[in-house]
Ligand binder design. Structure first.
Ligand code: MF3
Ligand code: CO
Length: 288
């Protein structure tokens, strides 16, 4: 039998392990990456790309953390956007939302209050006692993207608001917990909708999590509701999970004037938490 430390069969005089020893994991990963791209349009990230995206995610999370600390009664969401611009500048990153989409999104963060499901635009209204607000930050570092969001409660909040805040966080936690190579994308929606139902909450199905890294939104789509997406998670996949959980009906209505703000159809509260997740060979890492 030929030994790893013995001479290579090719006659080079080098050890087999340094010469023609098969690099199985590498060959596998490349083959798999090609297949994911061809079959699903999904970019499995290389080690170098992962480090860049990790850095972008870390800064995004730090910016979000600071914004949340400043979200207090009396502060307008426009002031939070101004702080966000400053923090992005200081960190040397570009806000991914600014100018994104059609019509171009006008601000550097989304601030979604109370019955707003997502994509709320910062404005002159001061936060007040009893509000809940989602702050969503996403940034670009040297062309690599990170995306995350969190809820803040202003003072004492109603039972329904407390319920959607805690349910959406627990949904995110449970969804992250199922992430590992081989698990189908559909397991995320199942973990979320199974739990939300036990809390009497509904899961928004008009907006989904998404692949991210070299672009803001990449394949795959990551639904938070029951679905049948069989694509198995694989090492190097990076995507967001961002469940939007409502106290009442799941349906949202887009504001006909600004074309962005999405409100619950019944006006009941909604909450959302978001992380960017990397699939690793042994499971997952939260990058934000
Ligand atoms: N985190 C949200 C997303 O993943 C933010 C949307 S930003 C907007 O899509 F510009 F599209 F509003
Ligand atoms: Co996102």
């Amino acid at each position: 039998m030929i030994e790893r430390n013995g001479p290579c069969w090719c006659g080079s005089g080098q050890k087999w392990k340094k010469c023609h020893y098969p690099k199985l994991p590498e060959i596998d990963l490349t083959t798999q990456a090609k297949r994911y791209l061809k079959d699903f349009g999904i970019l499995l990230k290389t080690a170098e790309q992962i480090e860049k995206i990790r850095a972008a995610c870390k800064i995004t999370a730090q910016i979000l953390e600071q914004l949340c600390q400043h979200a207090k009664a009396g502060v307008t969401t426009l002031e939070l956007d101004e702080l966000s611009r400053k923090l992005h500048k200081e960190a040397g990153v570009i806000p991914a939302t600014l100018g994104y989409g059609k019509p171009p999104y006008p601000k550097t963060i989304c601030t979604s209050l109370n019955e707003v499901i997502c994509h709320g635009i910062p404005d002159e209204r001061p936060l007040q006692e009893g509000d809940i607000v989602n702050i969503d930050a996403s940034c670009i570092l040297d062309g690599y993207f990170g995306d995350c969001s969190r809820m803040v409660a202003i003072g004492k909040i109603s039972h329904d608001k407390q319920l959607v805040m805690s349910t959406s966080l627990e949904c995110l936690r449970r969804a992250i917990a199922v992430c590992k190579p081989g698990t189908p994308i559909s397991a995320i929606g199942k973990a979320i909708e199974d739990y939300a139902s036990t809390q009497g909450c509904s899961v928004v199905n008009q907006f989904v999590g998404h692949g991210i890294g070299l672009a803001f939104h990449e394949p795959p789509e990551v639904p938070h509701h029951y679905n049948n997406i069989q694509i198995p998670m694989a090492p190097g996949m990076i995507f967001t999970i961002e469940p939007m959980i409502n106290a009442g009906v799941r349906e949202g209505v887009i504001d006909p004037d600004d074309k962005w703000t999405v409100r619950t159809r019944d006006g009941k509260p909604s909450a959302q938490w978001e992380h960017t997740i990397l699939i690793t060979p042994s499971g997952h890492q939260v990058l934000t």
